[in-house]
Design a binder for this molecule. Structure first.
Ligand code: ZN
Length: 656
């Protein structure tokens, strides 16, 4: 695989013609107007393309951007082929930029957002992404890192400092096309009285990297919650010194890099609904000063992970305290993890439960014994941190998925999009076909039907992303009369062998199912899911070295199901699903043929079922029609739906 990279940057200091902007300083509300520019602020973009999909990373030197504004940018970029989940926009959190969140209004109760400036910002970001895309050249990725804890003060827990400095280099031959560096001290060196635009130390360091090595240098904050620079609010002279110290460390480690494998590239994305417990924030959202969707005291945001080979870029929508995630990150041995805070959203601090104070201080002036405990007032609540933590944990957990169908086309048609999504997110898929599909063909011998269907199905399952394919080889449409104890035992054996976190198969809750293979599969699979954790069932497995296994989760599909409680948006995967189904030419031909006979028996003529419409077109139309209708139910373009079974009532009993 070849990865290509391009980069671009542009100034985003407020132009004169947008009118007044308000400085996003250290105190919110009644903010003064911006006056002049000390050092210009920039937006910088990297675009990556592996030929199949493209990604945009954008670093913006402003205080923060709310998800609704980020989504406006994503909408614009989607017209240029950037999918929603492949665009990452992070703020550097400088307190010497214009208000881009609304919290720094001229008077209490009035947003400080200048909509003209926001349109300028939006246009500029879209422009640099498109410009970066024009510059794509083949690239290799390298990472180098160090720690500079001595430049940081953690006012809450002195010893809890995260001083990680990371530099990701995108090289084409010997040339630096772009870089992405992260550090964990909040940019808070400009003074409290400062009114002039400044990118603070990150901007200075990025400029130094660009001047010394070339390319475009993006900055993102790492695990920065509660972490101030040692020269907190001491002004521009100290800012220069601070930037020099960081840059000299970067120079030291610059060549000591490790090459990153560029394959596989996977995106994992989790939507989160964060509870808004802080009454001050509730008011800001209710008044619309923070301009975003807000429902049932919850705000919607997201966490995501971009995996490039052994490297993970972790996108977090605010400022996590080091203690919130450091243990999860430490667990990922042999992996480079780069945290991008303020990514795709800016929600405030995420504080671990064991550090949460019920009596937070109000202002920094209240520092007692060098300690400050006041971040709670800038956090939406303790629950938000726990939800973020759980979602991040899930991003690192790769599932083993065991998908079981009696026939060649069951998995591709009922769940193909979902299985593709799961494998694209890095999960392992094992596909099991219980029967041999010898009869699922038109005008062929049994032997030919069996052979073709096996070959075509293996191709289709590989297209779903299957790591392994298991053929149990029962003659098709005989499962009802087959030895049930033996069939279920084989399935229990597969559960014990592959230890799936998730099983995808037929559901018992289907009405008017007239295929006994489907019904028998539903019975046997769902029974095997719990029997596999009993140590007295099929004990012969234990002699083979297998162990009991409990299946956590099931996605079940059925014809005319009575229970549907879960859907998967497959819009991004519909074309791949169709591709997989089209590999199963023999089965699909028979499907169209059988349905043509049924139509004729009802004196109907259905153009789509006639052989003069080629197979790929018929399949495409049919699949888009059926899964488009399901998508419509859920407000997405295409979806698959399931009866999802998990721990059920145990979740209520479980303690967090
Ligand atoms: Zn079937």
């Amino acid at each position: 695989m070849v990865l290509r990279c391009g980069a671009a940057k542009e100034k985003i200091s407020p132009p004169n013609d947008v009118g007044d902007t308000y400085i996003a300083g250290y105190l919110t509300m009644e903010a003064p107007k911006v006056k002049g520019v000390h050092d210009p602020i920039h937006a910088r973009a990297i675009v990556l393309s592996d030929g199949d999909q493209k990604f945009a990373l954008v670093s913006v030197e402003v205080i923060g951007l709310l998800a609704d504004f980020v989504n406006r940018i994503k909408n614009r970029l989607s017209a240029y082929g950037f999918s929603y989940k492949n665009v990452y926009i992070f703020s550097t959190h400088t307190h010497a930029g214009p208000d881009t969140m609304g919290l720094w209004g001229p008077i209490i109760g009035k947003s400080g957002i200048n909509e003209k400036y926001m349109i300028f910002l939006l246009d500029t970001i879209v422009e640099i992404v498109l410009e970066a895309e024009k510059e794509l050249v083949e690239t290799d990725i390298y990472v180098t890192k160090s720690e500079i804890p001595e430049l940081i003060e953690n006012y809450r827990i002195k010893e809890n400092v995260d001083g990680n400095l990371l530099l990701m280099k995108f090289l084409s031959d010997e040339n630096l096309i772009a870089s992405l560096w992260t550090y964990t001290a909040q940019p808070e060196i400009t003074t409290r009285e400062n009114l002039s635009i400044s990118a603070d130390y990150p901007g200075l360091v990025s400029e130094m990297i660009e001047a010394e090595y070339g390319g475009t240098s993006l900055f993102a904050l790492g695990l920065c919650g509660a972490q101030s620079p040692i020269y907190c609010e001491e002004g521009f002279d100290k800012m220069d010194i601070f930037a020099d110290k960081i840059f000299s460390e970067i120079k030291k480690i610059y060549d000591d890099h490790k090459k990153i494998k560029i394959s596989p590239i996977e995106i994992r994305y989790r939507e989160v609904k964060l509870q808004l417990e802080n009454p001050d924030f509730q008011l800001l959202y209710t008044l619309g000063i923070l301009d975003r969707e807000y429902e049932d005291e919850r705000i919607k945001s997201s966490v995501s992970k971009i995996r490039i080979g052994d490297l993970d870029l972790l996108n977090i929508p605010g400022e996590p305290f080091p203690g919130l995630l450091s243990d999860i990150i430490d667990e990922q041995d042999n992996k480079e993890i780069i945290v991008l805070s303020h990514s795709n959203d800016s929600i405030g601090y995420f504080i671990p439960k064991n550090q949460w104070s019920l009596k937070p201080q109000i202002w920094v002036d209240d520092i007692v014994d060098g300690k400050f405990i006041g971040h709670e007032t800038e956090s939406i609540g303790v629950k938000a941190g726990q939800i973020i933590r759980k979602a991040i944990k899930e991003l690192f957990h790769y599932k083993t998925v065991l998908a079981i169908g009696p026939h060649a086309d069951d998995l591709t048609i009922w769940a193909g999009g979902t299985l593709i999504k799961l494998t694209k997110e890095g999960n392992d898929l094992i596909c099991v076909r219980i029967t041999d599909d010898y009869a699922d063909c038109v005008g062929l011998t049994e032997e030919k039907g069996r052979r073709r269907n096996k070959k075509e199905t293996e191709r289709a399952y590989k297209a779903l992303g299957a790591k392994e394919i298991v053929n149990l080889g029962y003659p098709t449409d005989t499962l009802y009369t087959a030895d049930y104890h033996e069939l279920r035992g084989k399935l229990v054996g597969l559960m014990r062998k592959y230890k799936p976190d998730l099983v995808v198969s037929f559901d018992l809750n289907g009405n008017d199912e007239e295929n006994m293979d489907h019904i028998t599969t539903a019975r046997a699979v769902n029974e095997a899911c719990w029997q596999s954790s009993f140590d007295l069932f099929y004990p012969e497995h234990f002699e083979e070295g297998l162990d009991i296994h409990a299946v956590g989760e099931r996605y079940l599909f059925a014809r005319n199901p009575t229970i549907l409680n879960f859907y998967v948006d497959i819009t991004d995967h519909i074309d791949d699903k169709i591709k997989a189904i089209n590999y199963q030419k023999t089965v699909m031909e028979n499907w169209f043929y059988q349905n043509k006979l049924l139509a004729r028996a009802n004196n109907l003529y259905v153009e789509l079922l006639e052989e003069d419409v080629p197979n790929p077109i018929r399949v495409t139309l049919l699949v888009k029609l059926v899964y488009g209708e399901i998508g419509e139910k859920y407000g997405v373009k295409y979806a698959e739906e399931f009866n999802r079974i998990d721990a059920g009532m145990l979740k209520d009993l479980a303690e967090d």
